[in-house]
Ligand binder design. Structure first.
Ligand code: AMP
Length: 208
């Protein structure tokens, strides 16, 4: 089963994806995580992507599409995957189709701007394993330490308040048009995220 998790930054796509990975046994593929790994490694791609990511803008389509295509040819993706943060533009969606990647369902995660801003500004991420926390909603047992691997938790540079506004604008302009794009194909389902996590997971499971 091939799924797309669509929605503004901070809505909780990554958090919910981790639950669905456990339920369905398919990997979560986050282009944001792949890009951050490339930046950390200092690869050519990472060097090119870094400035765009730091500014809160999107990395050019050709770079991200290549990265994603390589990732979905790996063995673990052959029975399906969750795309978290891809596609983010109409050309990216078209590139998937041109590569004959069949998408079964697109989950459109919804929340007010207010809630999204609160979720992003309280988000903390593990440096080692990318686990996601929230200082109030999903706190770690020990402050700034990952429950899963003991890694250090930090606030992503682009999660800081001044970058969040720009990321939401970019979402509205470049990514939100995908809602109608997939609605017209009859594969879109809205998921209301203004409820506790277990309810969101149940709603997603009912749709897939
Ligand atoms: P995320 O972790 O999904 O919030 O992504 C962090 C940053 O990585 C975004 O703000 C973009 O700069 C970049 N990025 C991630 N996925 C994509 C994508 N599909 N297309 C373009 N840029 C992306």
């Amino acid at each position: 089963m091939n799924l797309i998790f669509l929605g503004p930054p901070g809505v909780g796509k990554g958090t919910i994806a981790k639950y669905i990975v456990k339920e369905k046994g398919i990997p979560q593929i986050s282009t944001g995580d792949l890009l951050r790994a490339a930046v950390k490694e200092g690869s050519e791609l990472g060097k090119k992507a870094r400035g765009y990511m730091g500014s809160g803008g999107l990395v050019p389509d050709n770079l991200v599409i290549g990265l994603l295509k390589d990732r979905i040819t790996k063995d673990d993706s052959q029975n399906g995957f969750i795309l978290d943060g891809f596609p983010r533009t109409i050309p990216q969606a078209k590139a998937l189709e041109e590569s004959n990647v069949q998408i079964d369902k697109v989950l459109n995660f919804k929340a007010s701007d207010e809630l999204v801003i609160d979720r992003i500004s309280g988000r903390r991420t593990c440096k080692k394993c990318n686990a996601i926390y929230h200082i109030r909603n999903i706190p770690p047992k020990v402050e700034d330490v990952c429950d899963k691997c003991g890694g250090e938790l930090f606030q992503r540079g682009d999660d800081k308040q001044e970058k969040v506004k720009k990321r939401l604008e970019v979402y509205r302009e470049q990514t939100a048009p995908l809602i109608d794009y997939y609605k017209e194909k009859g594969i879109l389902a809205d998921i209301e995220t203004e409820q506790p996590i277990p309810g969101i997971v149940v709603d997603v499971m009912e749709e897939i």
